[in-house]
Design a protein. Structure first.
Length: 264
């Protein structure tokens, strides 16, 4: 058993405060940016796919905005709408927490599609690369959740349980670390395996990311406490589980669409 005593603040210079959560976003974006370009060079230059890497640099700006805006709007709508309707000024206080992965995902997909149309690039080409690098950000994000002592797991007596004093005094599943392993490490390995297959088809990483993330998130939700302000929907499902079910359905729909076009 481990008692959580980690400080969510790495450095505090008075006016300037550096938090682990902020660093997680920065590290995820920078490493994803670097790896995405490596994947494009290694994978697509072998098939003579004409693509200017500067286009990917430009896309990153779209992604940063879509992650922040989509993640925040998603959290407000899916998890805490009543509070923010009554406290609209708190909407901009992103530094206090409150981001939704599913909201960020919707923002990323929409902004990438808009970018692809403007630049006359295949949307699935870009989304496939993003699907491969997104687990990096997910991994760092879940580690930051653990450091922050948020999104805690359910009460348990397993040897590796963790007590989060800022939450309560009960030993709990380190569900954040489970998610870091499933959504971060394992999903990353699956995506890399898929995109570097010799018979890889465009769009494969996109629908497989939706499918596997949905599965892994549902598994993780079994060990995670539901958000206090939401609780269980229908007394059974968490909001994260419901949104992930829609992700799985979306992945299946994309697969069937591409199969009908004989592209998978």
């Amino acid at each position: 058993m481990f008692t959580h005593n980690l400080d969510p603040i790495l450095f505090n210079f008075g006016i300037i405060v550096i938090r682990w959560y902020s660093l997680a976003y920065i590290a995820g974006i920078l490493l994803g940016w670097w790896l995405g370009k490596k994947i494009i060079v290694k994978k697509y230059q072998n098939i003579n796919y004409q693509f200017d890497l500067k286009e990917f640099d430009d896309l990153v700006t779209y992604l940063i905005i879509s992650i922040l805006v989509g993640g925040r709007i998603g959290y407000i709508i899916f998890y805490n709408l009543e509070y923010y309707v009554n406290n609209p000024i708190d909407i901009v206080k992103i530094w206090e927490g409150g981001m939704s992965f599913h909201g960020a995902l919707i923002g990323i997909i929409l902004s990438t599609h808009i970018f692809a149309i403007k630049r006359k690039i295949s949307t699935f080409f870009l989304l496939d690369v993003l699907a491969c690098v997104s687990p990096i950000g997910l991994f760092f994000g879940r580690i930051a959740n653990f450091i922050n002592g948020e999104l805690v797991g359910k009460i348990t007596n397993i040897p590796w349980s963790v007590i989060f004093p800022s939450y309560d005094s009960f030993p709990r599943h380190p569900s954040q670390l489970y998610e870091a392993g499933l959504e971060g490490i394992i999903l990353f390995l699956i995506m890399c395996f898929v995109i570097f297959k010799k018979n890889y088809k465009p769009g494969s990483c996109s629908y497989m990311f939706l499918f596997f993330y949905g599965i892994f998130r549902i598994i993780s939700e079994l060990f995670r406490e539901p958000d206090l302000q939401v609780g269980y929907i229908f007394n059974v499902l968490t909001m994260g589980t419901i949104l992930s079910i829609f992700m799985i359905i979306a992945g299946i729909i994309i697969y069937l669409f591409l199969r009908k076009k004989n592209e998978v």
